[in-house]
Design a protein around this ligand. Structure first.
Ligand code: CA
Ligand code: CA
Length: 308
């Protein structure tokens, strides 16, 4: 029974196995002009941030507008993950149009049609079969209307390939506490594995700075690990990074109770934390030292992956 349950858990989260194909470029049918220094360029859909947005520049709701993501040569695409609408904030999301029906076109001329959910959460659309293509083009066929602006937005689009990569798939995350969702979104532990720098896990210790809080990775089966790849703090921007707490040291606790102490750089760039190899089903990362931010006294981690 346990094996069956485990397989179901794995099948239920295809995104856990999906790697994001690196874009080589982007194009769009039209783009809204920048406003007060804020760009709505189509580059924003592949910049690793939900809070930066492409807005079509047509009169009306932008039906027929499209965005294209060019890949590095021909790649196999299995799925696409979309942050639909304007993710700058929840309020902005409601006020702008979201794409409803989309046509997805590939370089071999094939097309697939999807109806997206109208929800403030990322959506994975799975292709009926893998496609070898040099680009993915999304055309907006209908929209969900925003309450204020008749402009259709996409915040982020990840083109996915389901072949495993170096990052060990996680079937379940646990955490000592989770900061409640607010106007910017959720702070769920799984946010450390979505490829976005402005989505993160944050702890919810009301008085403390995050020291003693933990994040646990469950691989579902014994797996060898020796590296933790990390984007510390709120990695959206240097300004946001400085405002919040960052980790400086942690204890890694493995399934058999053994531990390793590791130092973590209080830096927003990607870092690889190496430690002696352990074969384990879970790793609990307990933060033992924290660097305080200037404004928010909550520890956040933007991205975190274990590797062999
Ligand atoms: Ca973006
Ligand atoms: Ca993230």
């Amino acid at each position: 029974m346990r094996l069956v349950a485990l397989l179901l858990a794995v099948l239920a989260s295809p995104a856990a196995f999906a790697r994001v194909l690196e874009p080589a470029g982007t194009a769009a049918s039209s783009t809204e002009a920048p406003d007060q220094g804020v760009s709505y360029d189509v580059k924003n859909i592949v910049d690793g941030k939900a809070g930066t947005v492409w807005v079509e520049g047509e009169e009306g709701s932008g039906l027929g507008s499209w965005v294209r993501i060019d890949l590095k040569g021909q790649q196999t695409v299995d799925a696409i993950r979309i942050w639909n609408g304007n993710w700058y904030t929840w309020d902005f999301w409601k006020r702008h149009n979201r794409a409803k029906e989309i046509e997805v076109e590939f370089s071999d001329g094939s097309k697939e049609h999807f109806t997206l959910a109208d929800e403030f959460k990322p959506e994975v659309i799975k292709l009926s079969k893998p496609v070898k293509t040099t680009f993915v083009k999304l055309k907006i066929k209908s929209v969900y209307n925003g309450t204020t602006f008749n402009d259709t937005c996409l915040s982020e689009v990840q083109v996915l390939n389901s072949e495993p990569d170096e990052n060990i798939p996680v079937v379940r995350y646990n955490a000592s506490s989770i900061y409640p969702a607010d106007n910017d979104g959720t702070y769920e532990p799984a946010n450390v594995a979505d490829g976005l720098l402005d989505s993160m896990w944050c702890e919810n210790d009301k008085d403390g700075d995050g020291t003693g809080e933990w994040l646990e990775f469950d691989f579902g089966r014994p797996t060898e690990v020796s590296r933790l790849v990390l984007r510390n703090g709120n990695a959206y921007s240097f300004k946001m990074f400085m405002k919040g707490n960052r980790a400086k040291a942690a204890t890694l606790t493995f399934s058999d109770g053994s531990t390793e102490q590791v130092a973590i750089k209080p830096s927003m760039v990607e870092q690889v934390v190496s430690f002696p190899p352990h074969t384990t089903r879970t790793v609990r990362v307990t933060f033992t030292e924290v660097s305080r931010g200037t404004e928010y006294n909550d520890l956040c981690i933007s991205e975190a992956y274990f590797r062999k």
